[in-house]
Ligand binder design. Sequence first.
Ligand SMILES: *Cc1c(COP(=O)(O)O)cnc(C)c1O
Length: 354
Amino acid sequence: MGKPLPRVEISISKIRENASFLARLYGTKGISLMGVTKAVLGEPKISEAMIHGGVRWIADSRLENIAKMRAQGLAARYVLLRTPLSSAESVVALADVSFNTELETLKSLSHRAHLQNIIHQVVIMVELGDLREGVLPTDLFSFVREVLTLPCLEVIGIGGNLACYGGVHPDEKNMAVLSELANQLERELPLRLELVSGGNSANYDWFRETKDFGRINNLRIGESILLGCETLSRKPISGLNVDAFQLVAEIIEAKTKPSMPYGQLGQDAFGVVKGFKDKGQMQRLILALGRQDVTVVGIQPTSPLEIIGASSDHVLLDGKNTDLQVGDEVRFSLDYGALLAVMTSPFVHKRYHA
Ligand SMILES: *Cc1c(COP(=O)(O)O)cnc(C)c1O
């Protein structure tokens, strides 16, 4: 019996090597890493590989994922990147640290921590221009002053997040703003910030180019560890594996057919009316793979084939006159969206290997 299809093949050693390379690289400038596991649904084998690579914090946006990793007893400090108000009770039970931007939420975390007789650590996120989460810099002092009055919370740091919604680049200027805010907070309020968390996989170019790291001593890295690239232009980072994940699907039809549909043309399965170019007869391959398994725009065949279309359960390829047959396998590299989709799809088998 062959291996199940479709499947994503996951190399634990490549992920560990990537984590280790990046932990050492950023470590040369005193920057610690949080390994971000949300794209792989907090898969404990993957967070374990990150930890073995030298990452000491594991961060995820979902409590379910943190619960799964904790249940495996993996030793790390767990960080919740997104704080849902209604789950304060499980946040303080499951996460050592959470990222926050709302007083209401912080009050409820403090209350829940009190009931559980613990101190919950928080990082306050600061808006740096990307316009997703963050307290505005002008509001930061009064905000943190309020948080310091909450008895069962400890403010251990501040953080910024760029290149997520607005696509704003992390640069010397916005990183200096974050550093300076850390300095000012410590000058004016009774606190010491253990963490100044400057961003994510998009901070790579800033890291290579900046002369002054200021107070930035932490980054939260998911995609660079998993896929080996930075995320402003998705350049591979030299020294990293870009093929820790590969998607494999099976050919279920291989025929020479026309390139141009015939009959009266209307909408396709997704309501789109397409235009076609007649390129004569061509080799057409159909894979047992579709939009229920992966975001098809995010996959790239590792051999010289071309994706020409996809529906829920079929991907069509131009076979480019290769001799691929029914039953053969086709391999794909994945982008972040495709990785997220294959890890989430119940139809895609997950195969871990060393
Ligand atoms: C997802 C996320 C990250 C990690 O982003 P990558 O691009 O995968 O490195 C970092 N910080 C926050 C707040 C996030 O939500």
